[in-house]
Write a protein that binds this ligand. Structure first.
Ligand code: GRF
Length: 203
């Protein structure tokens, strides 16, 4: 059965592009829509060129918060399109607790560090400046905290020979593109249960 998946973006959309293209080329039984809080997001053009339906959340205010109106709009999109997974890919808004509780194990995020290290929006810079040799990326369920939800998959990236932050970011981004698609396939193909903080596959 074809699963309906929403990818939420705010900007560049490289993770979204990688998910769309890899799924298409593997004929994954999925249908995507792309949702953006930013009408100028570059990812919107990419999605449209690939032929994927896009939706823009109207009248987003500045900052991390979604308005009640947009929160209701997201709920409506999930119900109307029968969405089984929402993949956040550079979506710069916090998903309200009520939405997460209404749709458990639905919101998934990718973060460019090995969580729980280096949460927040400057993860790659923080890891590079800290001097870690191995950083990486994490795909996790979204909970009401920031970058704190149960971990689905992680991939380490050796940044020890990166000479600047840009190089470290690029190495991590390449890994993100691989990891997010692997995590999507795993979520689609395997049953799982969450015990405490642990996501256990194969149930
Ligand atoms: C990625 O590094 C992702 O991990 C983070 O935001 C960035 C989005 O990049 N959450 P892109 O829009 O997917 O290119």
């Amino acid at each position: 059965m074809v699963k309906k998946i929403a990818i939420f973006i705010s900007g560049r959309g490289s993770n979204m592009e990688s998910l769309l293209k890899k799924s298409l080329s593997d004929n994954l039984p999925v249908q995507f829509i792309v949702v953006s809080d930013n009408p100028k997001a570059n990812g919107l053009k990419i999605a449209e060129n690939i032929g994927v339906k896009t939706i823009v959340l109207e009248n987003c205010s500045d900052g991390w918060k979604l308005t009640d109106e947009n929160s209701e709009k997201i709920e409506q999109i999930i119900k109307e399109h029968n969405i089984s997974l929402v993949l956040l890919a550079g979506f710069m808004r916090i998903i309200p607790k009520q939405l997460i509780e209404k749709f458990p194990s639905t919101f998934v995020n990718i973060h460019p560090s090995l969580l729980p290290s280096f949460k927040g929006k400057n993860a790659q810079r923080d890891a590079f400046e800290y001097g870690v040799k191995i950083s990486g990326c994490t795909v996790h369920f979204v909970d009401s905290g920031v970058d704190t939800g149960p971990i689905i998959m992680q991939k380490g990236v050796d940044i020890s020979s990166c000479i600047n932050i840009e190089e470290a970011k690029n190495e991590i981004l390449k890994a993100e593109h691989e990891l997010y698609y692997e995590a999507l396939k795993l979520l689609l193909s395997s049953k799982y249960t969450i015990i405490g903080r642990r996501v256990i596959f194969g149930f």
